[in-house]
Design a protein around this ligand. Structure first.
Ligand code: NI
Length: 169
């Protein structure tokens, strides 16, 4: 089932997600819906708060559904190591048409649970690292627009207000 993606400034996007404690069929079916929703929107990452569910769940697939090996489910994820710095453009399904350059760690190691509750570690470099950091930020209620300079943020927010007035947001 394709879920509806919440756009900024929906308050759920700025609220920290609750840890997941039940690893049941309902969770797995919700995760399936998250992948379906992300693929339909042509995204590479999606966090539960973006579909209105304030829980610490995110899905990532840099292949956009082409390579099943790249499907990554991170439940209750934490970044345990980070190194280097990368400054590159990123976007967000909750901010259509907005792309901004954000500083991120070049490499991260994440500890998370899978859809069955099993703990594992995953490393990400470059785009995967960026995506992991962006999605884990969502679970803390942090949006990428708050990781850029105030001046750039004001410009982006002005653009959003303009799109809202035109009924295009
Ligand atoms: Ni996002």
């Amino acid at each position: 089932m394709i879920l509806s993606i919440r756009k900024y400034p929906d308050p759920v996007l700025q609220q920290p997600g609750e840890p997941v404690t039940e690893f049941d069929k309902t969770l797995r079916s919700f995760i399936g819906d998250m992948f379906e929703t992300m693929y339909a929107a042509q995204g590479i990452g999606l966090a539960a708060p973006q579909v209105g569910v304030s829980k610490r769940i995110t899905v990532i697939d840099l292949s956009g559904g082409k390579d099943p090996e790249q499907r990554l489910v991170l439940v209750n994820p934490e970044i345990v190591e980070r190194s280097g710095r990368l400054y590159d453009e990123e976007g967000c399904l909750s901010f259509p048409e907005i792309r901004e350059k954000v500083v991120r760690a070049a490499t991260v190691k994440v500890r998370a649970q899978d859809e069955h509750g099993k703990w594992f570690e995953a490393e990400g470099e470059e785009l995967l690292s960026r995506c992991m950091q962006h999605e884990i930020d969502h679970l803390d209620g942090i949006l990428f627009i708050f990781r850029i300079s105030g001046l750039k943020r004001d410009l982006a927010l002005r653009k959003i207000r303009k799109l809202q007035r035109a009924g295009e947001w």
